[in-house]
Design a protein around this ligand. Structure first.
Ligand code: UDX
Length: 429
């Protein structure tokens, strides 16, 4: 099939490379000229496991091309929209890019065409977009909501092995078109109306975020009553009705999706006259978790003022170079406000403009450099490198009282304590 993908962000680029690899002819439209040139040369602007190979193969084999010209959406059978829907400070979803693209599509698209919306948009928006932008072409441009559930660090795997493919459409023909696009992927199709499909994305992310905040609250309670969150979460998760994933207590969630989508859904609820108290609590618990970690460190060190703290991990989770909404950046900011001097190390993180204003800290080239003469270290991302590190050497180069705050509960407390460190986790006995 001939496919256009508008937007070469995480979602658009994964879609474009994977579809080209499946044999479709894909044109990807990206208005950022330098990014576009980089991609056309077969280079990725960010790290994503396995994606670089697919990009190079697609470009070399002529199945995948990049352009800054939106006119290239003409004469394609399918247009996939994957532009950003960032959240404004009040949580409102910023739909500026969506409206811009819809104007272009309404002017340029050659019918018949299927428009697949992959960007996360508020439930109900698809119907409004059809009325506002596509009314003159009704029946000729089929609008489909097809949310994505890709995780950074395993997006290619998630693309080829999804647990379900959600399709919100108004006609059986549109559903069939989506099915042929994904004909090489084995997964159940969940077919529904457009607004429901839009809701699935928000509900899924909000539920996963709820699991994380819930287990973090249990972890906080564990500390107060002298219980240990690790065996508690393991046993709770063994109940099939609950499930063991997303029960890892720690510093809470970050990234480009959960913070944006939970705040977005809260705003959408309020806008519709509904107070989503449970979700408000999820968001509040997540923000508080970072503050609790800083308070814990302050207690362990008596005061943070004048102390040297090493932050191990800047990306919001292992396996990605993305620092958007990363707990570590908030923690560094708070430590700086308390008068601490911060050094940091991450094996992969790239500090990009889109992660917001950066707090002050010294970026080090290896973990031991960050730890040198520090009074404490905070594990903010559970990179394998930190688990396998020479902690004995770390003890020698750190300064007393040598506190390790394991914000991701990833180290072995017995081993760390036996080396002479003061160890504290999140919800550990
Ligand atoms: C998420 C969704 O999983 C994905 O389906 C959606 O399309 C985009 O958002 P992603 O942001 O890549 O994916 O990361 P994910 O692996 O879900 O983790 C999100 C955050 O939650 C990370 O900061 C992670 O550290 C944290 N997390 C995850 C926990 O704190 N505890 C857990 O048990 C799981």
């Amino acid at each position: 099939m001939l496919v256009s993908v508008i937007g070469a962000g995480y979602v658009g680029l994964v879609a474009a490379c994977c579809l080209a690899n499946s044999g479709h002819r894909v044109k990807c439209v990206e208005h950022d000229r330098s990014k576009c040139e980089m991609l056309a040369g077969g280079l990725l602007p960010f790290y994503e496991e396995g994606l670089g190979d697919l990009l190079a193969r697609g470009v070399k084999g002529g199945k995948l091309s990049f352009s800054t010209e939106i006119e290239s959406i003409k004469n394609t059978e399918i247009i996939i929209v994957a532009v950003g829907t960032p959240s404004r400070p009040d949580g409102k979803v910023d739909l500026g890019q969506i409206f811009g693209v819809m104007t272009d599509i309404s002017e340029l698209a050659t019918e018949p065409v299927t428009l697949i919306m992959k960007s996360t948009v508020p439930p109900g928006l698809g119907l409004q977009l059809q009325k506002r932008f596509l009314f003159q072409k009704s029946g000729k441009i089929a609008y489909v909501s097809n949310p994505e559930f890709l995780r950074e660090g395993r997006a290619v795997k998630d693309w080829y092995q999804p647990e379900r493919i959600v399709v919100g459409a108004e006609t059986p023909e549109a559903v069939e078109t989506v099915k042929s696009l994904y004909s090489d992927i084995e997964a159940p199709f969940c077919v529904m109306d457009i607004s429901s499909a839009e809701m699935v994305k928000y509900a899924s992310n909000a539920f996963l975020a709820t699991k994380i905040s819930f287990i973090n609250e249990i972890a906080n309670l564990c500390e107060l009553v002298g219980a240990d969150i690790i065996p508690v979460a393991r046993a709770v998760g063994m109940d099939g009705r609950i499930g063991g994933s997303f029960l890892q207590a720690g510093l809470g969630y970050g990234g480009s999706c959960f913070p944006k989508d939970t705040k977005g859904l809260d705003f959408i609820s309020t806008l519709n006259g509904h107070t989503f108290n449970l979700l408000k609590a999820v968001i509040e618990v997540n923000a508080r978790q970072r503050i609790l970690a800083v308070r814990k460190l302050s207690r362990l060190l008596d005061s943070l003022c004048g102390k040297k703290i090493a932050i191990l991990g800047l990306s919001f989770k292992p396996g990605t170079d993305d620092t958007r909404e990363s707990p570590s950046l908030d923690i560094i900011r708070m430590l700086g406000d308390e008068g601490a001097e911060v050094t940091a190390y991450d094996p992969m993180a790239v500090l990009r403009q889109n992660a917001g204003p950066l707090p002050e800290f010294t970026l080090c080239g290896d973990p031991l450099a960050a730890l040198t003469s520090s009074h404490a270290a905070v594990i903010t991302t559970e990179w394998r490198e930190f688990l396998d590190m020479d902690w004995e050497k770390a003890w020698k180069i750190m300064s007393p009282p040598r506190v390790i705050l394991d914000g991701r509960n990833c180290l072995d407390p017995h081993k760390i304590k036996s080396l002479g460190f003061q160890y504290a986790g999140m919800g550990r006995a």
